[in-house]
Design a protein around this ligand. Structure first.
Ligand code: GDP
Ligand code: MG
Length: 213
């Protein structure tokens, strides 16, 4: 979308990663409710739908055969096995959004982030969210009544593995108070939107400033 000044901004990919229970999903929902220019990337997954989740909104819930067909057809921008299930980001909606100047928000793990960075280093803005403490992480995982305790224990064990990738991210912050985290993430988004390289038509605009017309 070209604005009245003849400028267009390429969309960016805002990637959020964290161990399960650090509050990433809550933060993602808050961003979407506050900002109309960013959309959530809806992943495909082979895991089962949890109570309260909506197909096509939280995830595209697919069978493993369907997932494999999509992956073999190159339908995913990235895909990975996380815990015991497969997850993938459908490519087409993301590509369309970026060229239209719409930003996309991703809730994906470190494996997916690495793949996105490899494919589109200039478009990815990666943020790693840390829980405030080990005990708080544990508490948050257990407060999710939906998860059987064996899965919670497994996730707790996997948290350390996800945490070990924090240094691969552009931004890192601790999710201690939700309000503060939202301020942080909106600041990152505002600054990243102003990156010179995302602005299409800028040199022509400046030329007109200098030469008139
Ligand atoms: N690589 C990758 N990871 C994903 C994708 N979708 C979700 N994930 C990650 O998979 C993990 C498990 O997500 P989920 O099954 O929703 O359970 P959660 O831990 O309660 O959020 C989280 O770390 C997500 O960020 C995806 O499309 N690609
Ligand atoms: Mg989540």
């Amino acid at each position: 979308m070209i604005n009245e000044l003849g400028l267009q901004r390429r969309g960016l990919m805002l990637v959020l990663s964290s161990p399960s229970g650090a509050g990433k999903t809550t933060i993602a929902r808050e961003i979407l409710s506050r900002d109309q220019s960013i959309e959530m990337s809806v992943s495909a997954t082979t895991r089962r739908k949890r109570p309260g989740e909506v197909s096509g909104v939280d995830y595209h819930f697919v069978k493993k055969t369907e997932f494999n067909i999509m992956r073999n057809n190159g339908a995913f921008l990235e895909s990975a096995k996380v815990f015991d299930h497969y997850y993938g980001t459908p490519s087409e909606p993301v590509m369309n959004a970026l060229t239209n100047g719409t930003d996309i928000l991703f809730d994906i793990d470190w494996q997916g982030t690495q793949q996105l960075v490899e494919k589109a280093p200039d478009d990815v803005v990666s943020v790693f969210i840390l829980p405030p403490s080990h005990s708080e992480l544990e508490r948050r995982l257990y407060s999710r009544a939906q998860d059987p305790s064996d899965i919670v224990a497994k996730r707790m064990a996997k948290a350390a593995a996800e945490l070990s990738h924090y240094a691969e991210y552009d931004y890192v912050f601790i999710n201690n108070h939700l309000g503060e985290s939202i301020v942080n993430i909106m600041a990152i988004l505002a600054a990243e939107r102003l990156k010179r390289r995302r602005m299409i038509g800028l040199s022509a605009f400046v030329k007109r400033l200098c030469e008139g017309g």
